[in-house]
Structure formats: structure tokens, C-alpha cells
Design a protein around this ligand. Structure first.
Ligand code: SF4
Ligand code: SF4
Length: 191
């Protein structure tokens, strides 16, 4: 504290020169910097006409994946919700009934699965915690809206389309180890 007081005394006691007092050199210097930037390559883009390319592993809104047979991969274990630091994920589990094997890969599934996009900080912890390769972040942005309730994304938004042509490719977000693991036919869900 003492040294700070001494320092401010030294600064205030320093005599300003004539040019410093009229600020003229400082103004010229500032204008020089401004004009210099006019001729540099711009870092801004004219959105929405021009869109900046995102990284392949940009963390945007989530997708709930299906397996190769179109069944929902999520088994409602809750690990993603536990891992989520923003407490943005909620789910209601249900038991798969006979005849629903083509809909859900495991005996237990999420009847309700919701992410509050206003709470989400897009950290990717849910993706890392998932033991079923069921949830991934995508390069898609969360759309702007005027109503808070429209930011609660349910299964109707999160689960990817069943049509194989419309599935969301997340291979770039998977580590080489995971890709190798998925090829291993010793595990039932890889067959
Ligand atoms: S990305 Fe992070 S904050 Fe968002 S839902 Fe997943 S764990 Fe939660
Ligand atoms: S998304 Fe993954 S971690 Fe979350 S409940 Fe489903 S299976 Fe479990």
C-alpha cells in the first residue's frame, strides 16, 4: 500500500512537457494506428452474408445418436447429467417393452431427455462421460429465440433422424481409440 502511494506521488509530480499538455503527439499517434488498420486484412466477416468456417470439432448444440440399425443409443444411465457442471441435463428413464427392440438399443432408455441450452456452457463433459457413444456436440448453433422455454431442447430436437441419409456425422469428434473399439465385433452392440 505504502509503495503504491509513493508511486502515485512520483507520477503526479512528473512535469508534463508542452506537447504532452496539448495532447497533439498522442492524437497523431492514435490516428496513425487507426489508419494503419484501414489497410490491414480484416478479421471481421459480413455475417450473415458471409459465414466463418467452424472447426470440425466446434462445440455447438448436441445430438442424441442412433446405432447402425436406427435404435436410440442412450440407455438413460444419467452419467452425462452427473458430469454436467451446469446441471443442464434432465431425463426420465423408462423400461423397453417387448416389441420395442427396434427403437431402443438397451433395456432402459430415456423417455424424456432435455438439455437447457441457456444453462449449457458447451464444455463437452456430457459427451466424454457417455459410455454408450450416445451424445455428441455438433457444429450446429443454438438458434436465437425470444422465449426462454424454447431453449429447452427435448428428444424431438436432439435425437438424430432415423433416415441413414440424414444422420449426423460425428466421426471427427471420436478419438481413434473409440473408432477402433467400435469395430471390435466381440462386443454385442458392435455386431
Ligand atoms: S456441454 Fe457441458 S454444460 Fe452443456 S450439457 Fe454437456 S456437460 Fe452440460
Ligand atoms: S446420453 Fe449417454 S451418458 Fe447420458 S444418459 Fe444417455 S447413455 Fe447415459
Amino acid at each position: 500500500m505504502k509503495s503504491l502511494t509513493n508511486r502515485s506521488k512520483v507520477v503526479s509530480n512528473k512535469k508534463m512537457t508542452f506537447w504532452e499538455r496539448i495532447y497533439f503527439p498522442a492524437i497523431l499517434n492514435g490516428m496513425g494506428i487507426t489508419f494503419g488498420h484501414l489497410f490491414r486484412r480484416k478479421t471481421t466477416v459480413q455475417y450473415p452474408e458471409v459465414k466463418r468456417e467452424f472447426s470440425d470439432i466446434y462445440r455447438g448444440r448436441h445430438v442424441l445418436k442412433r446405432d447402425d440399425e436406427g435404435r436410440e443409443r442412450c440407455t438413460s444411465c444419467g452419467l452425462c447429467a452427473v458430469a454436467c457442471p451446469a446441471e443442464a441435463i434432465t431425463m426420465v428413464s423408462a423400461e423397453r417393452k417387448p416389441g420395442e427392440e427396434h427403437l431402443y438399443r438397451e433395456e432402459k432408455y430415456s423417455a424424456v431427455y432435455e438439455i437447457d441450452m441457456l444453462r449449457c456452457i458447451f464444455c463437452g463433459d456430457c459427451e466424454e462421460a457417455c459410455p454408450k457413444e450416445a451424445i455428441f456436440l455438433t457444429t450446429e448453433l443454438v438458434k436465437a429465440d425470444y422465449q426462454r422455454e424454447n431453449f429447452i431442447y427435448g428428444k424431438d430436437v436432439l435425437v438424430e433422424p432415423a433416415d441413414p441419409a440424414k444422420r449426423i456425422d460425428v466421426s471427427k469428434r471420436q478419438t481413434p481409440e473409440v473408432i477402433e473399439f467400435k469395430k471390435d465385433k466381440r462386443y454385442k452392440h458392435n455386431r
